[in-house]
Write a protein that binds this ligand. Structure first.
Ligand code: ZN
Length: 254
């Protein structure tokens, strides 16, 4: 199932994506979803970020080729950082390139959407926490990341976490899914989830050992090699095989 969050006249609603249409649903993916008799062509609706998480956790250096391009090795344990919920934007929205940074990079990533309250789970049980997956861009002010010595500012600007276009509840990263980033139609990143150093259950168990994961929380699983700068006017596509394509733009802050 593909669950999208769509703008409606009376506020955001959820819908199931089927063959170019959105079948509107009542309820909430973390409670109960019920079918309605309302549907709309996908082209006629505005998709929103599929969730508004209470927190976004991210794994750094989880693909060896990306760790290498940054002059690092893959850590012995998952390297976890976070992005604030205020960094989330939806499909088609613009990343604002802040005047505080001169070097903002794209990082295409597979994102896990947590479906239930989860704490202290084993790796074997961790998959039960998953509602599904979506695409993410872990936008990063690379100059501030280096200068600050920690990553809160560099990763945390408003608009620095595009999510979408929907939550896919059926794909399986362990099967090996291509994760790619195109900028203005040119492929910049092309990785595969089979190369995740720490797999999704390991990451969930590691995070749930120190914090309670809530329904709607999002975990970004790391980016493959090929990160690079975004400039004003860029059109970015983050794709995960079997899931879909998240599009966003980049615009210089006024
Ligand atoms: Zn990242």
């Amino acid at each position: 199932m593909r669950i999208a969050r769509v703008a409606r006249p009376d506020g955001p609603a959820f819908g199931a994506i089927t063959q170019g249409h959105v079948a509107l649903l009542e309820g909430h993916p973390f409670g109960e979803l019920r079918a309605t008799d309302q549907a709309a062509p996908l082209d006629d609706v505005r998709l929103l970020a599929p969730v508004i998480p209470s927190k976004i956790l991210c794994v750094g250096r989880n693909y060896a080729d990306h760790a290498q391009e940054m002059g690092n090795s893959v850590p012995e344990e998952p390297l976890i950082f976070s992005k604030p919920a205020t960094s989330v934007i939806g499909p088609g929205d613009a990343v604002l390139l802040p005047s505080l940074s001169g070097n903002v990079h794209h990082e295409a990533e597979l994102a896990v959407v947590i479906g239930r309250l989860t704490r202290r789970v084993s790796v074997e049980e961790a998959s039960e926490a998953i509602l599904g997956y979506t695409c993410a861009d872990d936008v990063t002010a690379r100059d501030l990341q280096r200068r600050d010595g920690q990553w809160t500012r560099a990763k945390g600007f408003d608009t620095f976490c595009p999510l979408g276009p929907w939550i896919d509840t059926d794909i399986e990263p362990a099967d090996g899914l291509d994760v790619s980033c195109r900028v203005n139609g040119e492929t910049r990143q092309a990785g595969n989830t089979r190369d995740l150093f720490f797999d999704v259950p390991t990451i969930i168990a590691y995070c749930a050992a120190f914090t309670t994961l809530l329904p709607g929380d999002v975990i970004l699983t790391g980016t493959p090699a090929g990160v690079g700068p975004l400039v004003d006017g860029d059109e970015v596509e983050v794709a995960v095989e079997g899931l879909g394509v998240l599009e966003h733009t980049a615009v210089s802050e006024e």
